[in-house]
Ligand binder design. Structure first.
Ligand code: 5GP
Ligand code: MN
Length: 319
């Protein structure tokens, strides 16, 4: 059921215990939305927990309440309500829902959303899930503290490339303005996100050295080598912006070793092409201009399979 904001809030208030979760390899929108809702529900006196399959990326360590995030238990059965934020399908959470007895709610903005939940608050027209959480809290008339505003500003700003991507619209700026009024400090958030360990810059230089162009320069691919330290493989956020910014490039792809052996994760960014459709055809998903998937095979096998399909999609779209 697609719920209205008041209906969704009523569901949250009716639940005795709530678990919040988000997608694996979480980004700023995933974490910011989850932490903001966590803080707001705690302020309402709710019994609330947060589960994340995997570790919190170091670049988001500045976010309030992040130490309360725990790993999901092996058997997921407790809690009245599970809220899945910023993920369009249940598999993206890494959690098995098969034994979960309670209701599942989904707050999300992915074009590829599968409608898997019992209570759905999905709007693919907003730039970030954080905007939906902001509206929910505003409509519920709960106090938005500076800590909540910091989480939500991080969510909104990171998902629209700090107000530069195609999903940045009037509503995005309006949400940001309200969040500043509630106490978010954009320069501090931007500084915290941009700061990186030296190892990340060293990794970036190696990844950029792998740059290759295909399809008359319309496809740019970079690759994270297998022998790079695990922490560097995890934190490649922002790397794809370099091939994406090359003049004439329609689709940029980052290939990197995925969780399992013999698996490769693809991140795609485009100027015009709907890469969400392409990612879905590979078993993944995402947004029109930012999508991803994980494929089986070696790096070379996956590249040889994916790149011709991307070139074909560009040609078929007349781009
Ligand atoms: P990124 O390339 O930054 O990992 O992800 C870009 C967008 O695609 C995000 O909205 C992300 O949620 C989505 N995405 C990335 N990988 C996958 C995947 O394996 N499956 C699905 N469904 N979505 C993905
Ligand atoms: Mn998002």
């Amino acid at each position: 059921m697609q719920g209205s904001f008041p209906e969704v809030w009523a569901e949250l208030m009716a639940a005795e215990s709530v678990v919040l979760t988000t997608h694996i390899n979480p980004d700023g929108d995933a974490l910011g939305s989850m932490l903001a809702l966590y803080l707001a529900l705690q302020n309402q006196g709710k019994k609330v927990r947060m589960w994340l399959d995997g570790d919190l990326p170091e670049m988001y360590a500045f976010l309030p309440a992040r130490i309360d995030i725990s790993h999901p238990p092996l058997t997921v059965s407790s809690a009245d309500l599970m809220v899945v934020l910023d993920a369009g399908d249940a598999e993206r959470t890494g959690i098995s829902f098969s034994k979960f007895q309670g209701k599942v709610m989904n707050i999300d903005h992915h074009l590829s959303n599968s409608g898997f939940a019992d209570v759905i608050l999905v709007d693919e027209t907003v730039a970030a899930t954080g905007i939906l959480v902001l509206r929910l809290l505003e409509i519920a008339e709960v106090l938005i503290t500076p800590a909540i505003a910091t989480c939500l500003f991080t969510a909104v700003a990171t998902d629209c490339g700090f107000f530069r991507y195609a999903n940045t619209d009037e509503a995005t700026f309006e949400a940001a303005a309200r969040l500043v009024r509630y106490g978010a400090e954009p320069h501090k958030i931007s500084e915290a996100i941009q700061k990186m360990p030296l190892t990340k810059i060293v990794a970036l230089s190696r990844v950029l050295a792998s740059l290759e162009l295909f399809g008359q320069g319309k496809v740019a691919a970079i690759m994270v080598p297998d022998d790079i330290p695990a922490t560097a493989v995890e934190d490649t956020e922002g790397f794809i912006d370099y091939p994406r910014n090359i003049a004439g490039v329609e689709v940029a792809i980052l290939f990197k070793p995925a969780g399992g052996p013999g698996q490769v994760k693809l991140s795609m960014r485009s100027r015009n092409l709907n890469v969400s459709v392409l990612a879905q055809s590979f078993g993944g998903g995402g947004h029109a201009r930012a999508a991803g998937c994980t494929l089986d095979g070696t790096m070379d096998e996956v590249k040889n399979r994916a790149i011709p399909q991307v070139i074909r999609a560009i040609r078929e779209a007349g781009l």
